[in-house]
Design a protein around this ligand. Structure first.
Ligand code: PLP
Length: 405
């Protein structure tokens, strides 16, 4: 494995200074930085073979179409999908969840049906289901959470019934870092023939994805959270579902034959890819997955476990600091508050020291409501971060405290 110096030199932005201080980037939960190979691959598309995909017979169009379809294959292999036709390119996790909420909802949801989500969801996995429930007169059920930031799994089992038509849960909580027991959730749902969507927006970054082993029916993620470009994402779906579901959007490329009387649709995966797709993004995403594979998912996971342990130890020792999300099974995300100091103040002062953290509700307002707070400071760490950077954060927090003393 590359050493940490080599890894960091792969990411040009990590050498940056802000306010004359070395950048400490702890906002990886919101978006990750990009290695040079990803930047180069997008640059190469735009400078060497840019052309719309699936449309022309000319040289450049062939090249971009081939690279785009190779990217699809790469994603399929990375997540261990059965076939590449089960991989749909979208604009991101939000786009992918909305696709299923619309498409599955149109076909299968009727008044009185129930959809189960968890308390820990990002708004992207709450609002599309609420909109669907409003459209169809269905009911949203929520798996409750506990003080540690986990879900109460026994309550999930009680919620499952013949009225349940879909379960949609996050693999990892973005606000607290908790890893949810998705395998158990899927097994229980499948025993009652209920499909499960897993929101992998946070899971993918930490390498924990194997849709074959998980046996989920749908899996969604965003390129920008796994060191790839923004504006590109993935909807994985089992072929049996995707072939049955109606398309989400209509337009070019998703059609077979169009007349004013009737239109027939293209085969998978194109049925779900209407209009000009973000092919530079897709190709950049494939480069990002190549990068992650070259570093090694096991290596990433080991390194992140060490960083989590180090950060938790150091930060727990700070007087007046409370960590939200204390599950034993979590990614290196530390959500915290300092006693008597507003999260925005903490975030703004840390920023002046060159330390980028996220503040606010993290698009997970119900989680904040559960704890009776209006937000947290979130340090989301990933494998290119270092223990020295965690030391800088700890020193920064002490400085914040001293300013408010
Ligand atoms: N789901 C989770 C768990 C997330 O963390 C996020 C983004 O933070 C999303 C969904 C939405 O992702 P995007 O904004 O890339 O569509």
């Amino acid at each position: 494995m590359k050493n940490i110096k080599e890894i960091r030199s792969d990411f040009p932005i990590l050498n940056k200074e802000v306010y004359g201080k070395p950048l400490v980037y702890f906002d990886n939960g919101a978006t990750t930085q990009k290695p040079q190979s990803v930047i180069d691959s997008v640059n190469e598309v735009l400078t060497s073979y840019n052309s719309n995909i699936h449309r022309g017979v000319h040289y450049l169009s062939d090249m971009s179409s081939e690279a785009y379809e190779n990217a699809r294959q790469k994603v399929a292999s990375f997540i261990n999908a059965g076939k590449k036709e089960e991989v749909i390119f979208t604009s991101g996790t939000t786009g992918s969840i909305n696709t299923i909420a619309f498409s599955y909802g149109e076909r299968y949801i009727k008044p009185g049906d129930e959809i189960i989500i968890s308390y820990l969801e990002h708004h992207a996995n709450i609002v599309p289901w609420q909109m669907l429930c409003e459209r169809k007169g269905a009911v949203l059920k929520v798996i409750p959470m506990n003080e540690n930031g986990g879900i109460i799994i026994e309550e999930y089992h009680k919620l499952l019934s013949s009225r349940t038509k879909l379960v949609s849960v996050t693999q990892v909580s973005n606000s607290l870092g908790t890893i949810l027991p998705v395998s158990e959730i899927i097994r229980a749902a499948h025993s009652m023939n209920i499909p499960v969507l897993v929101d992998g927006a946070q899971g993918i970054q930490h390498g924990i994805v194997d849709v074959g082993a998980m046996d989920c029916d749908f899996y969604t993620f965003s390129g920008h959270k796994v060191y790839g470009p923004t504006g590109i994402g993935i909807l994985y779906g089992k072929e049996k579902w995707l072939s049955e579901l109606p398309p989400y959007q209509g337009g070019g490329d998703m059609v077979d034959k169009v007349t004013f009387e009737k239109t027939t649709y293209n085969q998978l995966p194109f049925k779900f890819e209407a209009g000009t797709m973000n092919y530079p993004g897709a190709i950049g995403l494939a480069a990002a997955l190549d990068y992650v594979t070259a570093i090694g998912r096991e290596n990433i996971s080991l390194r992140e476990k060490e960083l989590l342990q180090y950060a938790t130890e150091k930060m727990s020792a700070i007087d007046g600091l409370k960590i939200y999300g204390t599950s034993a099974n979590k990614i290196p995300t530390i959500s915290f508050l300092l006693k008597g100091i507003h999260q925005y103040d903490t975030g703004m002062i840390l920023d002046k020291m060159g330390i980028a953290v996220r503040t606010g509700t993290h698009c997970a307002q119900p989680v904040m409501d559960y704890f009776g707070i209006d937000g947290t400071v979130r340090a989301s760490v990933c494998f290119y971060n270092t223990s020295e950077e965690i030391d800088s954060l700890v020193a920064g927090i002490e400085k914040v405290k001293s300013m408010f003393a």
